[in-house]
Design a protein around this ligand. Structure first.
Ligand code: ACO
Length: 329
């Protein structure tokens, strides 16, 4: 396991937060929960039916893990909370009652109610279905308007890119077509994740198919506008753009194309102009360069909620729970 992930798990253990796993009847989640409890890395609540969980994994020891079976509990306080939060948006009491029985809503409501520090799901649900309840209920942290995501990319050993081979890519999973303001939010949030979770000093490149005015197009204008907004909002950040990918990470190209930039040639946080570029970009680096892609890590929520990949392993679940615990600090 990469040294970075070991360190994230160690820090999570120190934080010892309470995380809800909404897909408690899924085998990989059950196995991960057992490992997390064994490592004493987090307090856990699994949402699910204890009989189904035991039948699915009869040999897995879940000592110390709380199982919350929605069918045998009174959920009216969660339905009340949801109704209060969403009635102005037209939600009826009956709809709130029904949604409170949906584990993805219930998990987020537990976090909102202060009964847990964060939620993780997505092993059997789509990104949209995991994030929508959190967007509606948890909302964004103070001063942040956009929830977004990043991946920590751990490059193969001896890579000359990133800080000790670690880079952060954003947004690769949430905002399909961000505005300039949203791109600026994504850059600032990704820099924070780079610092707080990946443990690197962020040097942020706002990527485009143009470097410092080399091409004229409305898509380039959006990125240059985002650079202006981000620089104004976070003047302390080392951030620059618009930059082509090679100008962002290759020093010799940076000297030719953006000689005055302090970030060009040394960037370790790459901000993609939209979700198509970001999603394709991280997968290219993962598949062709053999990088480990840790995430997606959701950023910008008032309390942490993270989305698993549906192809995740039990070990991936352990890592995402660890990162969620760090975000909850
Ligand atoms: N930040 C903050 N708030 C947001 C955001 C955001 N990025 N997106 C939506 N919201 C808010 C809305 O303002 C709304 O608030 P309100 O109801 O209180 O007024 C609420 O969240 C719900 O908004 P909707 O528009 O109903 O939500 P939508 O159906 O657009 O879903 C979602 C949002 C889930 C993030 C959507 O944009 C999405 O599906 N994104 C792509 C996810 C995806 O498929 N990723 C690729 C796969 S992941 C991978 O490969 C790793």
């Amino acid at each position: 396991m990469a040294a970075l992930l070991e360190s994230i798990r160690r820090e999570a253990k120190k934080a010892y937060k309470h995380i809800v796993l909404a897909e408690g009847e899924e085998e990989r989640i059950i196995v991960a929960a057992s490992r997390i409890a064994d490592m004493q890395m987090a307090k856990l609540t699994l949402i699910g039916d204890e009989k189904k969980i035991a039948a699915k994994c009869p040999d897995v020891d879940l000592t110390g893990v709380e199982i919350f079976n929605p069918k045998s509990r009174d959920l009216s306080k969660y339905a009340d909370l949801l109704y209060e939060l969403r009635k102005a948006k037209g939600m009826e009491r009956a709809e709130a009652e029904e949604l409170a029985h949906n584990p993805l809503y219930l998990g987020v409501l537990m976090v909102k109610a202060g009964e847990a520090d964060g939620m993780v799901a997505g092993s059997v649900n789509s990104t949209g279905d995991v994030l929508r309840p959190a967007l509606q209920i948890i909302k964004t942290a103070q001063g942040i308007k956009t929830v977004s995501s990043c991946f920590i990319m751990v490059l193969p050993e001896f890579s000359k890119y990133g800080e000790n081979g670690v880079m952060v890519f954003g947004d690769c999973a949430v905002n399909p077509n961000p505005t300039a303001e949203q791109l600026a939010d994504i850059a600032i949030a990704s820099a924070a994740s780079a610092k707080n979770i990946a443990g690197i000093h962020p040097k942020v490149a706002m990527l485009s198919f143009s470097t410092m005015g080399s091409a004229k197009h409305e898509l380039v204008d959006k990125v240059t506008e985002a650079v202006k907004i981000a620089k104004k909002a976070a003047p302390e950040l080392e951030l620059d753009g618009e930059l082509q990918l090679d100008a962002a990470i290759v020093e010799s190209v940076a000297k030719l194309k953006a000689p005055k930039s302090k970030v060009a040639g040394r960037a370790n946080v790459l901000i993609f102009p939209d979700l198509q570029a970001g999603n394709i970009g991280y997968k290219l680096v993962q598949r062709l360069a053999g990088a480990e892609a840790v995430g997606p890590i959701c950023q910008g929520f008032n309390k942490p909620v993270n989305d698993l990949s549906r192809g995740c392993s039990a070990d991936d679940v352990v890592n995402v729970v660890a990162m969620t615990a760090l975000q909850a600090q």
